[in-house]
Design a protein. Structure first.
Length: 766
């Protein structure tokens, strides 16, 4: 189905539509902390004009400070769930209604209406208009050919304004000019479809907009009307929220206050995950051969993942080990645990007709049904697939009981695949939910069911998923990965674009299939494998996975083994920095990986960059996307020093600088910005260790004054601090809460000086 367009050019309406728009805000009233504005579809000049006339009722609320909710209603009709679970922090608001004006203010953000004048709903903050809904922007729309009703909003954008987000989208990072339909689909990473649709966008002009509609939302982003962002839904009402920052960090903080906080995954999940891959042959012998092969080559491994065929084919998901290939799963899991490695197994919410769970679920009514009472089935994926109905509390408990049995065997976490192909037509849910609203929402129910049993059995701090689909609120159940990408450099770049869009949409953590998933003819080339390894191990979560080719590095070449070893060790050494950043970012509702413009909002050169990113607030990463090793990357003003190449240092003048440089297959730009205190442990062999012990303290071009960083423990709680006070050429380093031996490395203008910590302090003269 095509994206909804209601107009024929700027002036005309398409023949099949009747469009009514508020002509004026006729009146307003206050009810406690809410304000309601009544907006008829023509100007009211006489009492006779009030007859035979429709209007939009506009309800204004504020659930979070600096966030204003807008609900546009034509006919006040009930919806049949589900709805996003939003938080109401009940902030103070100021409502002013006079004969000529109505406004509601929350924090710095106000919504304003002139009364009895041409319709104009403007949002203002800090003395400027942030965005607005102008005359004829809103629409109450009827398709008179089909009888379907729609509600539309159009919010104005400025001259240099850029729009980002809307979930994981693999095209251009800047969304201006694009059409987006927020329907979760299993479409791979090479099309306009997405596994993770989030009806939230963020603007470089200091605000975000969340459309609180779980069903499909159609967006026209500076496309149908090039001066506006348009969004529309089928139905009689439309709810959205304008969120003022003004920084991107503050916008996401308030968005996650509204929709749910980001859960911090356990530290061990940040290490390397190795998969069996999908359609490869594997057994206990194969698995142990790979695990032992990594250890023999001194490549640290934190998680081993069993993909689909840990179960028998035609029976997915049956939650039972294929005993022909894995005769003693408990014994195998113990062998893996004895090597300090966690175990993950694949599952999905689709139950094949041949599997042993099918008859049980059918008998007890645990599957989505058709209107005739039969189970909703098809043959896509596995023969006779049925869908677990997570709106049925008993079905949730049943599904969780199967997972608990696996956890009792020693399984540590689950890859929650799929959740996008949820039926809409002729679908009946246990609780009567509207299938159109349930389609995207299903992934939240599915992943929450899995996360909750993990939290119940292992503790919330230890619960982690590897999920593909997502919707609003799924940030509470990390981690998510990018889905089925192709094994080529362009798809690697597209994957990053999708990740940065996703992470701009209220999520904290993200991963992808290192080497690409779909092999096509042959295997990933060694150069692609090595470059994707670097990118993958400089992402929040890192997993080797593919379709029909094993992803162990010795299958490619000797340098691939060296490359993997180097970048696994690099990531493990950075865990004191990464996990501290992750804990602080998650608590504030921000991503660990983030677009360049998040950290350099005042540098407009960064606003369109999508092939490099900040890894935490202090490290810049520019992956290599070609076999030649060439990288075209941008550095904002300041001093930048490589953390993997002692000879790479840049002193960038005001205005920033683009560079093009070739890197061998063991290197890429990974640069620390000036005034960075980077805590590392180069001896780490797993991702989960004491982040306060035996640290190397790297200081990069420290500036005048005092700078402090924290370091967390394995639970993500601040456990130590390092403070650097600079006066001229003298640095005083003070530590608190660190144990063991610490060495200081001062990186100044491309030169490195080594110093020892005397107890808890050191004074260094450069």
């Amino acid at each position: 189905m095509a994206i909804l367009k209601f107009t024929n050019g700027y002036w005309l309406t398409r023949d099949e539509y009747d469009v009514n728009s508020p002509a004026e805000a006729f009146s307003a009233k206050q009810n406690g902390k809410e304000m309601t504005v009544f907006a008829p579809y023509k100007r009211i000049k006489t009492r006779g004009d009030e007859l035979n006339l429709g209007m939009t009722t506009i309800k204004l609320t504020s659930p979070v400070e600096d966030v204003i909710g807008v609900k546009l209603t034509h006919f006040d009709q009930d919806t049949h769930g589900p709805s996003y679970k939003l938080n109401n922090l009940d902030p103070d608001v100021n409502i002013v209604i006079t004969d000529k004006h109505a406004s509601l203010t929350s924090g710095k953000l106000s919504v304003n209406f002139p009364l009895r004048d041409e319709f104009d709903m403007s949002f203002t903050a800090d003395g400027r208009e942030v965005t607005s809904s102008k005359f004829k922007a809103q629409g109450e729309i009827l398709n008179h050919d089909t009888g379907v009703h729609y509600m539309r909003e159009q919010l104005s954008i400025g001259v240099d304004e850029k729009i980002y987000g809307l979930g994981e989208r693999f095209g251009n990072f800047v969304k201006n000019g694009q059409e987006v339909r927020t329907t979760n689909q299993d479409g791979g990473t090479g099309s306009e479809q997405s596994y993770k649709n989030i009806p939230f966008y963020i603007s470089n002009e200091g605000y975000g907009v969340f459309v609180d509609q779980p069903e499909t939302v159609d967006y026209e982003i500076a496309s149908e009307n090039v001066d506006r962002v348009q969004f529309s839904v089928a139905g009689q009402s439309l709810q959205y929220y304008v969120i003022y920052g003004p920084t991107p960090q503050e916008i996401l903080h308030k968005y996650t206050q509204l929709t749910g906080g980001i859960q911090l995954p356990p530290a061990w999940s940040f290490g390397l995950w190795l998969s069996t891959s999908f359609t490869t042959d594997y057994s206990e012998e194969t698995v142990m051969k790979f695990i032992n092969g990594m250890q023999e080559r001194h490549i640290p491994l934190d998680v081993f993942h069993f993909d689909c065929f840990w179960q028998k084919g035609f029976e997915w998901s049956n939650m039972q080990w294929d005993r022909d290939e894995f005769p003693d799963p408990v014994g195998l899991i113990k062998k893996i645990h004895d090597k300090g490695i966690k175990v993950c197994v694949w599952l999905n919410p689709y139950i094949a007709q041949q599997g042993p769970m099918f008859e049980e679920g059918k008998k007890k009514g645990y599957f989505i049904k058709r209107e005739d009472g039969n189970i909703w089935q098809w043959d896509l994926w596995q023969a006779g697939n049925a869908f677990v109905d997570f709106t049925n509390p008993d079905a949730v408990k049943w599904y969780q009981s199967k997972l608990k049995a696996l956890l009792d065997m020693g399984v540590d976490c689950f890859k929650t695949d799929f959740g996008e192909r949820i039926p809409v037509d002729d679908a009946v849910f246990f609780d009567g939910s509207d299938p159109k609203r349930e389609h995207n929402y299903y992934t939240l129910q599915y992943n929450q069911a899995v996360f909750d049993i993990l939290a119940q059995e292992k503790g919330k701090d230890e619960a982690v998923l590897f999920a593909r689909s997502a919707t609003v609120g799924s940030q509470k159940f990390p981690v998510h990965w990018g889905g089925d990408c192709l094994s080529n450099f362009k798809s690697m770049s597209d994957t990053l674009h999708g990740g940065l869009s996703f992470l701009s949409s209220g999520f904290g953590f993200w991963s992808h299939d290192i080497g690409g998933f779909e092999d096509g003819p042959g295997t990933p080339t060694p150069d692609l494998y090595k470059r994707w390894t670097q990118f993958g191990l400089l992402s929040s979560h890192s997993r080797y996975h593919g379709s029909d080719v094993y992803r162990v590095p010795w299958n490619f070449d000797d340098e691939a083994v060296e490359n993997t070893r180097k970048f696994v060790n690099l990531k493990l050494s950075l865990m004191p920095y990464l996990y501290t950043q992750a804990a602080h970012d998650a608590a504030y509702g921000n991503p660990l990986m983030r677009p360049m413009w998040f950290n350099f909002k005042d540098d407009y050169n960064t606003h369109t960059i999508a092939n490099q990113y900040m890894f935490g607030s202090q490290l810049l990463v520019a992956p290599v996307f070609n076999s030649e090793g060439n990288v075209h990357f941008y550095l904002p003003a300041g001093k930048w020093t490589s953390i993997i190449d002692d000879n790479e240092f840049y002193d960038v003048p005001e205005g920033g600088k683009w560079l093009t440089k070739a890197y061998d297959e063991l290197s890429l730009p990974v640069l620390a910005r000036q005034n960075t205190i980077l805590l590392r442990n180069p001896k780490a062999v797993h991702a989960d260790y004491d982040f306060t012990k035996d640290l190397d303290i790297h200081l990069f071009d420290m500036q005048e004054g005092s700078t402090t960083v924290a370091v967390v423990n394995q639970k993500g709680v601040d456990a130590g601090h390092v403070t650097v006070d600079r006066s001229g050429n003298t640095l005083k380093v003070t530590t608190d809460g660190l144990t063991g031996n610490a060495t200081i490395y001062v990186h100044e203008d491309g030169q490195t000086t080594k110093a020892a910590l005397d107890g808890t302090t050191a004074t260094i003269t450069l």
